[in-house]
Design a protein around this ligand. Sequence first.
Ligand code: XIL
Length: 319
Amino acid sequence: KAGLKYFGAATDSPGQRERAGYESAYAKYDEIMWKSGEFGQTTPTNGQKWLFTEPTQGSFNFTEGDVVASLAHKNNKLLRCHALVWHSQLAPWVEAKKDWTKDELRSVIVSHVTNVMKHYKGQCYAWDVVNEAFNEDGTYRESVFSTVLGGEEFIELAFQTASRLDPKAKLYYNDYNLESPSPKTEAVRKLVKSLQKKKIRIDGVGLQAHLVAESRPTLDEHVAAIKGFTELGVEVALTELDVRLQTPANATNLAQQKEAYKNAVGACVQVDGCIGVTIWDFYDPFSWVPFVFTGEGAALLWFEDFSKHPAYDGVVEAL
Ligand code: XIL
């Protein structure tokens, strides 16, 4: 496992898993997740998000996030923490109010970041401080945060606030479609440089890496995108790797998927400063993919019957 600090799998607290009715698979699932030695790190897929942690203004609930955090601790897995300021899975009260003043929304962000980071202080290797703030063309995504405060200001406020709370946690900007160079990777590079110039701490860029088997990036594209960030002096991690394919899986798309995993993991291993890889769960029935992308699935490394995808060997070859 050459240059990587960790290879991990995200997981959800049992009551929140995508597919109900799979309770009989939990024993085997838990064995692979926590005991097998396959993974050295985890991320809660849902429990630390705003919707769960501050469902109504000023009342915080860490129940779901704590389930995964304490399992990680108990089983000696590094924990990545996810995600503080994000337009999605946001508590409805943040969006319901249409007339936030700038000052009000600033204090909403400061209070959220402060309370959640204080609760998890000392437990997180890294925090995704801001998630998915850019469009594909590099402009700021429309959200309550960018509408009221502007993209630049809310991102700066989130990082500025986070920088004071847990000196040991690396602060990441995290987004999807950053795996090959594009206007979006350029925008994130600009953001990193601008925060650095303003002396606001940012330690890493998370490349979610929700990839598509049929149109996977090449190894060189991955390397170029990753280097584009590491050369700025921040670290990189692949934070939510999965490779979806048009179901049903067959020999052709599984071979493409294997290449996709191998390219992504191989690029990270190859570039100094790419420090870890997290797959977004490992067991197909608990993947978010079929719920969001119609006709696609089988995106992870273990099939429903717990046999391994060919892509598992692709990962092993890359490490
Ligand atoms: C997904 C979870 O896996 C699902 O369970 C949930 O219903 C929706 O969110 N980008 C992110 C992750 O940063 O938080 C998302 O996780 C997947 C896309």
